[in-house]
Design a protein. Structure first.
Ligand code: HEM
Length: 525
């Protein structure tokens, strides 16, 4: 499908998001009518040797219905699971590919087949006929941050923003030796300084062991690394911890509710505050605005790594993207770091192996980071077993055939909502189990990665999609990896820690996190 927009337009004009034309709206209605006879006849709209099997709308025994509604939207992992209810007894392609279809609506395809996930992610982009990112699961984010963002947009408009907004996060910008050294040193100082407070608390009180929930400690550190260290804003840690993190938590929780419950597409910010709860939430939105403005002030002063950001786009055109970066990065990096610590807290041998490796590292140069092989394996394994983003949403923009690397094919009809179910793909025995990686798929075993490497399997064939894949791969990957490696490395250097509960269930919203808030018993090293 051809998409409108002109990549050569000057930045300030091109930053106006495309809205659907009357023709687009009529076309959508026509497509609905056209598929109705087939839907009423109950015919499978997919085809090929990976043809998905149909999931009934209602079925006894499932832990959730296969679509979000006001009573189950806080259980998104169970909603995905509902698609695969009974699938493990199937041997055909329906074992990992399922669809739901309600007459009058576009089909929903859920796949936990890594081959299909990779094929669809590779074919997502601005070219004619490629998949879009499905904007339906991010409508709440778009209402909160604005629609003109890298996350929400598609087609030429997305491509242009990707070029303008993603460059400073790229490996080449960040990993230039001088930039990297300076940045890594600032980050490490910040991390050590914050963790030292916990360390001193233990030392001062004379306690040998303290029970601490780490998520509230890690969140402000992650936000500080991005706003103050990376983006150069002059914001104190106390302001971040006491004002901005709570405000962002409240806005992010509202975004999740708003995505499911707000059927009228009315932005909350534009409504008057009818109740005291609404007034408080509005105040939180104002704090989020204020934080964004302070980061934009740093841009005018060319502080932090803004100097790598070569763009003449006015501040107002960057505001929405910046909000997505702030909220998205806070969620994703906190998720990644808390999961890594949470797994190590349940695996003392792995914790000691990381400690041995990082004990003498005091400056994280690109080389040293590369040579910390066990820490890298811990981080890979964390993203595999407990990815921050548990599914990747896509939408077929035309009737499409996709093909896996091993030659299997699937026909996906125009308009299909596709959920690339990374969470369940990554923990399925068929893909990551004893036969393929040497260890059970649902266990945290960093040694798996050395085993895979010893089998001579190329990393491009062993994908966990923790940072996505293809043209829409995470632009903050290198920054995020660096931040999380520093936080986890420094944490292990300072403390021994043990989980309070052995079970490690997830809670999921915008991202996944350990359900216990990463509750550990800490001991000084
Ligand atoms: C370290 C933890 C992080 C993880 C695990 C993570 C994960 C991901 C994943 C899986 C995607 C792909 C989504 C898709 O394909 O639909 C993505 C996209 C994105 N990430 Fe990250 N991310 C992290 C950190 C960051 C940071 C630090 C930033 C920015 C400061 C960032 C900004 C973005 C943006 C803007 C997109 C959308 C890109 C596009 O659509 O072109 N992420 N991230």
């Amino acid at each position: 499908m051809e998409k409108s927009g002109n990549p050569a337009t000057p930045a300030s004009i091109a930053f106006q998001a495309e809205s659907p034309t009357i023709l687009d709206r009529w076309l959508a209605i026509w497509k609905r009518i056209r598929r109705l006879p087939r839907q009423l006849a109950g015919m499978n709209p997919f085809d090929g040797d990976c043809r998905p099997s149909r999931v009934p709308l209602f079925k006894w025994g499932r832990s959730a219905w296969p679509f979000p509604h006001p009573w189950n939207y806080h259980q998104p992992i169970e909603i995905l699971e509902a698609y695969f209810y009974g699938a493990d007894t199937e041997s055909g392609p329906g074992r990992h590919n399922r669809y739901l279809e309600v007459p009058g609506f576009a089909p929903i395809l859920v796949t936990r087949d890594p081959g299909i996930i990779r094929a669809i992610a590779s074919e997502t982009g601005d070219l004619a006929g490629q998949f879009d990112r499905d904007s339906m699961p991010s409508t709440g984010i778009a209402r909160a941050t604005g629609k003109d963002t890298l996350l929400f947009s598609n087609g030429a408009f997305w491509k242009l923003q990707r070029k303008l907004a993603a460059s400073p996060f790229g490996k080449t910008a960040l990993f230039q030796d001088e930039v990297f050294r300076e940045f890594a040193a600032t980050l490490r100082n910040a991390v050590i300084h914050r963790l030292q407070v916990l360390h001193d608390y233990l030392a001062d009180t004379g306690q040998t062991v303290a029970r601490v929930q780490l998520e509230p400690e890690i969140k402000p550190i992650m936000l500080e690394l991005l706003t103050s260290n990376f983006l150069g804003a002059k914001i104190t840690y106390e302001e971040l911890r006491q004002r901005y993190v709570p405000a962002m938590e409240s806005v992010i929780a509202h975004i999740v509710r708003d995505t499911v419950l707000n059927r009228l597409d009315v932005s909350f910010v534009k409504l008057p505050a009818f109740t005291s709860t609404m007034a408080r939430l509005k105040a939180d939105y104002d704090w989020f605005d204020e934080l964004t403005n302070r980061v934009l002030t740093a841009r005018r002063e060319q502080a932090g790594l803004w100097k790598l950001f070569k763009s003449d786009a006015p501040d107002d055109d960057l505001r929405s993207n910046l909000k997505v970066f702030l909220a998205g990065a806070l969620e994703a990096t906190t998720s990644f770091a808390t999961w890594a610590i949470s797994h190590l807290a349940r695996n003392q041998a792995a914790q000691e192996a990381v400690c041995q490796e990082v004990r003498d590292i005091h400056d994280y140069t690109p080389d040293k980071l590369q040579s910390a092989k066990y820490l890298s394996a811990v981080l890979e394994e964390t993203l595999r077993l407990t990815p921050a983003l548990y599914f990747l949403p896509r939408r077929a923009s035309v009737d499409t055939w996709v093909e896996t690397a091993d030659g299997r094919r699937m026909f996906i009809p125009d308009g299909t909502h596709v959920l690339l179910d990374v969470w369940h793909a990554n923990r399925h025995e068929d893909h990551w189990g004893v036969n393929t990686s040497g260890y059970p798929a649902n266990e945290f075993v960093p040694e798996r990665w050395a085993r895979i490497a010893a089998q001579g399997r190329a990393s491009k064939d062993v994908l966990h999609f923790g940072f996505g894949h293809g043209p829409r791969v995470c632009p903050g990957k290198h920054l995020g990896q660096l931040e999380v490696a520093l936080v986890v490395g420094a944490f292990v250097q300072l403390f021994k820690f043990k989980a309070v509960h052995q079970e490690n269930p997830a809670r999921a919203g915008v991202s996944t996190k350990p359900a216990d808030g990463t509750l550990v018993e800490l001991e000084l090293r």
